[in-house]
Design a protein around this ligand. Structure first.
Ligand code: FFO
Ligand code: ATP
Length: 203
């Protein structure tokens, strides 16, 4: 199957998930992430607000806030397909933006210095065991990831059934460092990561 067919097939499968299963798996994923050394060491984290039946990281945002970490959320520009990140301190601040996704109001003083992000959590529709992913097809993360430094940890979050052996790759696709599902934590090879940083090596 090509990317478009995989996206359609896995989106329809996700529409069949019960809200209870979404909640249960999301909680398990958040719990596993919160016990990793790399999460505990991270100070600045870019998360995302879920749409439809995506893995819900809100329980992890609560943990991060309680531990005094800074949580950033993306603001997507539907015209240019660019994304920027802004610090948020509570879900009450958020307003519906493009695609109905809750996002932070733009405030220059809260814009993330992308170089300083310790980890970026990445949603997706299908993931593979080599660290590649397929999203909604807007290319938002494909454009965003090259702007980060190589020491930022890229973490995919997915339901275990969204992980396949191998998906087609394009030249612009950047592999993730870690993939967390409710059943396992997969760690991929970290060439640039180990070369430039010893800060937050995943276990
Ligand atoms: N929670 C979350 N936030 C995110 C993403 C994401 O995948 N999940 N994105 C990651 O990239 C960006 C938003 N990308 C999106 C791109 C398309 C659609 C979407 O609903 N597309 C419709 C077609 C809409 C149209 O053609 O106008 C569809 O798939 O039915 C949603 C989000 C930025 N923020
Ligand atoms: N660095 C880039 N600059 C400009 N356009 C890009 C870049 N990377 C990818 N694109 C374009 O963005 C689109 C990405 O399509 P693809 O199907 O890979 O998206 P996706 O990974 O599913 O989406 P997303 O990243 O939004 O979750 C393609 O049309 C591609 O040409």
């Amino acid at each position: 199957m090509d990317k478009r067919e995989l996206r359609q097939a896995y989106l329809s499968r996700r529409r069949e998930m019960s809200l209870d299963a979404v909640k249960r798996s999301s909680l398990a994923i958040c719990k596993d992430i919160s016990s990793t050394a790399w999460f505990q060491r991270s100070k600045r984290l870019l998360m995302y607000m879920p749409i439809r039946r995506e893995v819900d990281l809100r329980p992890l945002m609560d943990v991060a806030w309680r531990k005094g970490k800074t949580v950033y959320l993306p603001k997507a520009d539907p015209v240019t397909h660019a994304m920027d990140a802004y610090a948020v301190h509570s879900l009450d601040e958020l307003k519906a933006g493009a695609y109905g996704i809750l996002e932070p109001p733009a405030d220059a003083t809260k814009e993330a210095d992308l170089e300083k992000l310790d980890c970026v959590f990445i949603p997706g529709v299908v993931f593979d065991r080599q660290g590649y992913r397929i999203g909604y097809g807007g290319g938002y993360y494909d454009r965003f990831l090259p702007r980060l430094t190589s020491s930022t940890l890229l973490i995919g979050v997915a339901y275990a059934w969204q992980v396949v052996e191998r998906i087609p790759r394009d030249a612009y696709d950047e592999p993730l460092h870690v993939l967390v599902t409710e059943k396992e934590v997969l760690t991929f090879s970290l060439p640039t990561f180990t070369k430039h940083s010893r800060r937050t090596r995943p276990e």
